[in-house]
Ligand binder design. Structure first.
Ligand code: ARG
Length: 518
């Protein structure tokens, strides 16, 4: 069994994902075979373990989290009418689908994992200018904001929601006083730790958890939809018949309504973070997107109709959690199923978020944009455990402040800056790499349209109702430059970094990974 690598026996697996299961590796180069030399024996890499079903579950199971059970209220409030809110729900689905189709091209053109990070690197800093000081900046800033803010904050938000509903299941039976916020936070901490353990322990376990929880949330949605159909059949159509009555006329309101809706759909790009671990990525990535996105959109529309079959607009606005109010009205003794559904749904979404966030951090570290040890993988489990743990650590810090929910608007704002950036990268690469193989080629109007909408989504709210959070978000993005120049461009490292790396390497039993080719 070959050499003993750093990680004892790990060396025999010095094959990169590029060699396993990928069809038609264009340049015949793969991470394990740089320049035709066999891979060095002390490196390991992630493996292709995610199939089509798990791929769909990674998309659907992250998209369906808390949003559909909680956001309908915000959306209705901001749009003002039933019909307009349904239109915005549908439009968010279509926008996500168009975005995801563009990502299907990006994910099959650029082989590296890491989503936007990989696309910025390839699109804005092709090898000809890679050495210049400015070329890697967009990719670095994306990694900076995602690793330190976006990804851990979504993990924190979703885990807190999960914890809250877990406690509520008990309240359906025992209507005691409100759960103290401290205990919700403590439970959220345990959820984050549990999910991080699962993901660091085994890729297969993490994908299995993802599949099971995705099935559970689809079942919950089916229950809501069937309940709604029964109510509609009994003639409860008055609330839906209100149509456009009360619609807002403010552009800014519509943009922020989109933010509530887009949070519920967020996660549509999730599979793009793990393309190196996807089996047959060229067929499975586009397929998973084409199955997942319409499925979620239809579910969301039907669920909204169901809510309105049971509740009036005012009741919906007054309800803290629509799904729970729905359950109390329709499900009788089985009302506990709704908080249970939200708990399971958010747990699955948190798992999917942790899974993919770890990969992003891992890829950025592999590229030298984060500290080295974050690009190491466990020598036997082949999981990127340092990156997973780092993401969890920041999420744990974020659980502490009191009102994290207010981060959601600002989340969509920042996220859409980056989605727009990915569309730009796609358009740029059509010019800079016109002949590169594109197993899936999206009609160019689609990314152009998504780019225009993303500009509207980012600029609209700033002009209409400027909020200090948007400024903070922008400042945070720019602040990354203070780290870029010394640590990335000049490659300075902090004193003691080497010892720290060795310490974590021994503690976590992790080893360096192979590097993807240019
Ligand atoms: N759509 C999810 C929800 O409704 C949130 C997804 C957060 N984004 C992410 N990439 N994990 O709860």
């Amino acid at each position: 069994q070959g050499h003993e690598g750093v990680g004892g026996g790990a060396g025999v697996r010095g094959r990169g994902p590029g060699l396993q299961g990928a069809e038609g590796q264009a340049e015949g180069k793969s991470p394990g075979l740089e320049g035709g030399k066999p891979a060095s024996n002390d490196v390991v890499n992630l493996e292709r373990r995610v199939g089509l079903l798990s791929g769909v579950a990674l998309i659907v199971g992250t998209m369906i989290g808390s949003g559909i059970f909680v956001s309908p209220k915000g959306l209705l409030e901001r749009t003002g009418s039933v019909a307009l809110s349904l239109i915005v729900w549908g439009a968010c689905g279509i926008l996500s689908l168009l975005g995801a189709l563009s990502y299907a091209e990006l994910g099959t053109l650029v082989k590296e994992s890491g989503g936007e990070y990989a696309y910025y690197l390839q699109g804005f800093s092709p090898s000809s200018v890679r050495k210049t000081w400015w070329a890697p900046i967009p990719a670095f800033l994306f990694a900076w904001v995602s690793v330190f803010l976006l990804k851990p904050s979504s993990l924190a938000i979703i885990s807190l929601t999960c914890a809250e509903y877990l406690m509520r299941i008990f309240h359906v039976w025992i209507p005691i006083c409100l759960t103290p916020i401290v205990s919700i936070k403590l439970v959220a901490v345990w959820i984050i730790l549990l999910i991080t353990f699962i993901n660091s322990y085994s890729v297969n376990l993490a994908t299995r958890v993802q599949n099971i929880f995705t099935a559970a949330k689809l079942l919950a949605i089916l229950i809501i939809v069937v309940g709604g159909i029964v109510k509609l059949a009994q003639g409860n159509t008055a609330h839906l018949a209100k149509g456009f009555e009360g619609s807002t006329r403010s552009f800014g309101d519509i943009a922020t309504a989109f933010y509530s809706g887009l949070w519920a759909y967020d996660g549509w790009n999730n599979l793009n973070y793990v393309t190196e671990e996807l089996k047959k990525p060229y067929t499975n990535l586009p397929r998973a997107i084409i199955i997942g996105l319409p499925l979620v959109t239809v579910c969301y529309l039907l669920v909204n109709v169901s809510y309105l079959a049971v509740m009036s607009i005012d009741e919906l606005l007054a309800s803290e959690t629509v799904a729970v109010t729905f359950g109390n009205r329709v499900l009788g003794w089985a009302a506990f199923l709704m908080p249970l559904a939200v708990t399971l749904s958010t747990f699955g979404a948190a798992n999917g978020t942790a899974f993919t966030s770890g990969r992003l951090c891992f890829v950025a570290a592999r590229e030298g944009h984060m500290v080295d040890v974050l690009s190491y993988v466990h020598n036997r489990k082949l999981t990127p455990s340092p990156a997973l743990l780092f993401n969890a650590a920041i999420a744990l810090i974020m659980v502490i402040p009191s009102d994290i929910g207010s981060l959601i608007d600002f989340f969509s704002f920042t996220a859409w800056i980056f989605y727009g950036g990915a569309m730009t990268a796609l358009i740029v690469m059509r010019h800079t790499m016109p002949d590169a193989p594109r197993p899936y080629k999206v009609p160019i109007v689609i990314p152009v349209l998504v780019l225009l909408i993303s500009i509207y989504l980012v600029v609209g709210p700033i002009i209409d109702s400027p909020q200090i959070e948007y400024l903070y978000a922008t400042l945070f993005i720019v602040a990354g430059l203070f780290f870029y120049f010394p640590f990335v461009y000049l490659k300075k490292s902090l004193p003691g970094m080497g010892h720290l790396t060795t310490f974590f390497q021994l503690l976590l039993e992790v080893v360096p990974t192979d590097v993807m080719p240019d």
